[in-house]
Design a protein. Structure first.
Length: 319
């Protein structure tokens, strides 16, 4: 993990307490980075090897658009998301639910990044946005290629549930959100740096992303309902009902991800950092199981049949 920006600007005790409190709110189990890992935990993934090359240090003067944080790289990421969504949507794949959500979120992010003054350091956030997206691409590509050992456990639950049609549209969305925010985000944040070169925290821009996300949720759910699953118009989740509950859940997860990244950066040695990483993997995987159970279809009362027929009429035939 690059250590260029690693500074112990947040005491470990305070970070652990904040993570625990937010975890209780968001049904994410609290991290315990100092504890030994039980033998039956999900296997630890060598997360540093999974980070894409773009996790190199942000360099504003670089000729590489992505390392320099230019909006052209974000636009390329959006085109890649569109390329991936097209066959998923046309085939009514349940993986299309999260793919659409991520595309619309990134489009809105690009708009916010292009708005003067919205972010304190927009080029760096652009760099972060692309690094973060690459982690999702890599996980999906590994799953599609059958390289399951390269797929983090939380993503295995999400992709498996989508492939087998086990959960509702809201379930598919939550499983993707959980894997990407509770699992991927702490590693991405820690790898690319929590502080600027002048020592100031980048938490301000991390929180500004929440403002952007608030503009996405309601129109996104309407589009998801129109294209893939009509029950998503009024989302019912294991954590509450409606758009407000969904947004608050996402905000809590993002806050916990930042605190987990602090723990990764503040770890005094490789062994401690490995325990923090394993805890992140374990908690995201267990949270995925909670979501999968809470949103699963219960045949014969509920099944994927009506959803798939609806999608075939509204999306499948027309792409």
């Amino acid at each position: 993990m690059p250590a260029t920006h690693a500074r112990r600007w947040s005491p470990r005790r305070r970070s652990t307490a904040v993570v625990g409190a937010l975890a209780a709110l968001a049904f994410v189990l609290p991290a315990a980075p100092a504890a030994a890992e039980p033998a039956d935990d999900p296997p630890f993934i060598g997360w540093t090897a999974l980070l894409p090359p773009l996790a190199s240090q942000y360099e504003p003067t670089s000729e590489d658009d992505c390392v320099a944080g230019r909006t052209s790289c974000v636009r390329r990421t959006i085109r890649e998301m569109e390329r991936r969504l097209e066959p998923l949507g046309a085939g009514c794949s349940h993986s299309a639910v999260f793919a659409l959500a991520y595309l619309r979120t990134t489009e809105e992010y690009l708009h916010s990044s292009s708005t003067d003054g919205f972010y304190r350091e927009p080029a760096f956030v652009n760099h972060q946005d692309v690094v973060f997206a690459e982690m999702y691409f890599d996980a999906y590509d590994a799953w599609s290629a059958g390289r399951v050992e390269r797929v983090p456990p939380a993503w295995r639950v999400a992709f498996g549930a989508a492939d087998e049609g086990r959960v509702s549209g809201v379930g598919d969305l939550l499983l993707g959100m959980n894997a990407h925010v509770n699992r991927d985000l702490p590693f991405a944040l820690a790898a690319i740096g929590l502080v600027a070169p002048d020592g100031s925290s980048r938490k301000v821009d991390h929180d500004r992303v929440n403002v952007m996300l608030n503009a996405v949720v309601e129109p996104l759910m309407a589009e998801e309902a129109a294209r893939f699953d009509p029950t998503m118009k009024a989302p019912r989740t294991p954590y509450g009902v409606g758009y407000t509950a969904l947004m608050q859940l996402l905000l809590a997860w993002r806050e916990a991800a930042w605190r987990q990244a602090e723990l990764l950066v503040a770890a005094p040695d490789d062994a401690t950092r490995a325990r923090v990483a394993a805890s992140i993997e374990r908690n995201a995987a267990l949270n995925a199981q909670v979501i999968a159970t809470g949103t699963r279809y219960l045949p014969p009362l509920t099944s994927t049949g009506s959803r798939d027929r609806y999608c075939a009429v509204h999306t499948g035939a027309g792409g």
